[in-house]
Design a protein around this ligand. Structure first.
Ligand code: DOR
Ligand code: ZN
Length: 347
């Protein structure tokens, strides 16, 4: 039985670090990762190259000196985004991707896109410059059931965009359905991130026996057959699927509320959970592809040079249940099972 594993240092291709006191509280918990694609949904959002550069500097200032995480910045696409600003920010190495939020789809998405025709020229320019588009793949039409919003997004938004702009490289972020898996598997020039929590929970975890706000995120976890499709995709070795934790801290007060925010804070224990998941599925030999190789290949970057080690011990790894963030606390994602894989960094 394998009880030790050395991997190229993993990357997180979808991460929320927030700003201010929350940034200071959470940044170091992503310290095992080499690079992370940083989401731009601050209040107000990061909509220009200059704002992305300033946010990157705030992140670097918030990281403890021993942490080598490199933030890869994104710009939040709006209907008034200036293509020239995006292209310049990408050319100057300030941004690695652009994020599309359909307006109203999730946390701080009010400035997102309502009319996709309005961003067509920007998408054309991105295709030409080779800038990837990261998509929050849910429609916001109130008539569409929340559990169907990803599947409808593929048909009504994603596929038309990709047909209209064939050279555009797209990441379908945090896929939650077999529809997402099937669409990505059947196409080229597209990848998908999968979160740690969507490999572990289905919608029963949120709703059975009382509402569990710390399992609520967007896209919301779906039925078990979809979770199993995600597990198969993540452990398949298919290069189009890679880790994006979508670790999304919120103050407990904001989650444990009559109108609780979406987001699971998985940064601290993600690698331990993933090792357990891949072991359960007999795919430990594919963990490195998912966490450390497939993402860089999609983004056209080299894999990290250095390594981390995962060791399986008889006693579970301990993680805090909550962390402090200013006057608030943030609950760490509870996978619901003990975590025997410990992360040793450096390897
Ligand atoms: O659960 C989520 N939380 N999904 C998102 O798309 C946004 C994120 C957040 O920013 O909290
Ligand atoms: Zn996110």
């Amino acid at each position: 039985m394998t009880n030790s594993l050395t991997l190229r240092r993993p990357d997180d291709w979808h991460l929320h670090l927030r700003d201010g006191e929350m940034l200071a509280a959470v940044a170091a918990y992503s310290g095992h990762f080499g690079r992370a694609i940083i989401m731009p949904n601050l209040v107000p959002p990061v909509v220009t190259g200059a704002q992305a550069a300033a946010y990157r500097d705030r992140i670097l200032a918030a990281l403890p000196p021993e942490v080598t995480l490199r933030p890869l910045m994104t710009i939040y696409l709006t209907e008034t985004t200036d293509p020239a600003d995006l292209i310049a920010a990408h050319r100057d190495g300030i941004i690695s991707a652009v994020k599309l939020y359909p307006a109203g789809a999730t946390t701080n998405s009010a400035s997102g896109v309502r009319d996709f025709d309005k961003v067509r020229p920007v998408l054309e320019a991105m295709a030409e410059a080779g800038i990837p588009l990261c998509t929050h793949g849910e429609v916001t039409d109130p008539a569409v059931d929340i559990f169907d919003r990803e599947a409808v997004f593929i048909d009504k938004v994603l596929d038309p965009i990709r047909r209209a702009t064939p050279g555009l490289r797209v990441v379908m972020e945090h896929i939650t359905t077999s529809d997402g898996v099937d669409y990505v598997s059947a196409n080229q020039n597209i990848g998908a991130t999968i979160t740690t929590h969507h490999l572990v929970i289905n919608r029963n975890h949120i709703l059975v026996g009382g509402i569990k706000p710390h399992y609520y995120c967007l896209p919301v976890a779906k039925r078990e057959s979809h979770r199993l499709a995600l597990r198969r995709a993540a452990t398949s070795g298919d290069q189009r699927f890679f880790l994006g934790t979508d670790s999304a801290p919120h103050p407990d007060r904001a989650k444990e509320s009559a109108c609780g925010c979406a987001g699971c804070f998985t940064a601290p224990n993600t690698m331990s959970i993933l090792a357990q998941v891949f072991e359960e599925d007999g795919a430990l030999d594919r963990l490195e592809g998912f966490t450390s190789l497939n993402g860089p290949a999609f983004y056209g970057l080299p894999a990290n040079e250095d390594m981390i080690r995962l060791v399986k011990r008889d006693t579970p790894a301990t993680y805090p249940t909550h962390i402090p963030a200013g006057d608030e606390t943030v609950t760490v994602f509870d996978p619901g099972f003990p975590l025997y894989w410990h992360v040793e960094d450096p390897a």
